[in-house]
Write a protein that binds this ligand. Sequence first.
Ligand code: ADP
Ligand code: MG
Length: 248
Amino acid sequence: MEILKVSGVNKAFGGLKALNNVNLAVEEGTVHAIIGPNGAGKSTLLNCFVGRLIPDTGTVMFGDTSLIGLKAHKINQAGVSRVFQTPEIFSDLTLLENVMIPTMAKRDGEFALHAFKRLDRDAEIHDKAMHMLEDVGLAEKKDIVAASLSRGDKRRLELAMCLVQDPKLLLLDEPTAGMSRADTNNTIDLLKRIGDRGITKVVIEHDMHVVFSLADKVSVLAQGTVICEGKPQEIKGDPRVQEAYLGG
Ligand code: ADP
Ligand code: MG
C-alpha cells in the first residue's frame, strides 16, 4: 500500500522552477531514498510534505489525507515527523527535557509553556522519554544541556524527539550531513534499527553512498524532476545518475 503519493507537483521561486512535475509513491513500511545533487529540489520537495511550502500545482496524499494546505502541526498530528537538515532542538534545555516535551505534546495533543513546570513530576512522560534516550544511546547524557552535544549526538537527539511521537512516516533530510565517518556509521546503524519498528522512512541524501545500505527504493531527483527510480543496485550504474551528479 502507498502511504505517500506525490502527483504532478510543481514549485517555482520567481523564475526558478525548483520542482518540475514531480511524481513519487512511497510504499508503507519501506525506506525510500530521494537522492540528487545539491540544488536538485530535495528539501523543497520535503517542505511540501510538512506544510512549510505549498506547491503551485499538484497533490500530496498521506493515505487518504491531502497534505496540501494543512498546517505543520496538523500534519505532525496525522503521523508525519521530520528530522530537519539543521537540527531543531531546544539548545538551553537538557536532553531529557528535549525529549519530554514532544512526549507530552503527543499524549496531550499540545505542549503549553506553563506545562513545563509539571514535566519533572510526570512519571509517565519521564519514563517514556528516558526509554527513548536509551534507544538512541543518549541515556548517560540525559542531564547535559543540548547545546553542548556533538553534531552527531544532536541528530540522534532530534531523531529521539521525532520517534517518541510514534510517527507513521518519518522524513529525514540529509541525516548524516556534516558528520564524521564514525557518527555517519552510527547513524546508519540507528536508522537500520528503527526500521524494525515498521515506520516508513523517506531519506533525503546528497551523498548517494549513504543510502545504498538503507534504502529499499531510490528516486533520483535532478533539476526538480525525478529522472530515474529503482532498487539501489538498479540505479547505481545508471548513466543518467552519474551524469546528474557530475553535472550538478
Ligand atoms: P536540495 O535540497 O536538493 O539541495 P533545494 O530544494 O534546497 O535543493 O533547492 C532547489 C532550488 O531551489 C535551488 O536552486 C535553490 O537555490 C532554490 N530555492 C530553494 N528554496 C528557495 C527559496 N525559499 N527561495 C528561492 N529559491 C529557493
Ligand atoms: Mg537540501
